[in-house]
Design a protein around this ligand. Structure first.
Ligand SMILES: [Zn+2]
Length: 70
């Protein structure tokens, strides 16, 4: 897959955030290029991976989570 922006991807040991969509434990956190951040559970992180990659300046992934957008 080719993208114009390639956000930095970081792996973290433990994530305490909750998914902004459904409230489940977050597996992925996004720092937006426009400022602010979003958190996603595994389900929503994979479902929205294309959009996440487009708007992210940095992405943090919980250790062990296999993200579809990586
Ligand atoms: Zn979710």
């Amino acid at each position: 897959m080719t993208t114009l922006l390639s956000p930095a991807i970081d792996t973290v040991g433990e994530m305490t955030e909750r998914c902004d969509r459904c409230g489940a434990a977050a597996k992925l956190e996004v720092v937006l290029t426009s400022g602010g951040d979003l958190a996603f559970c595994g389900h929503h992180a994979n479902r929205h991976h294309a959009d996440i990659t487009k708007v992210a300046s940095m992405i943090r992934i919980e250790d062990g989570f296999e993200w579809a957008g990586k």
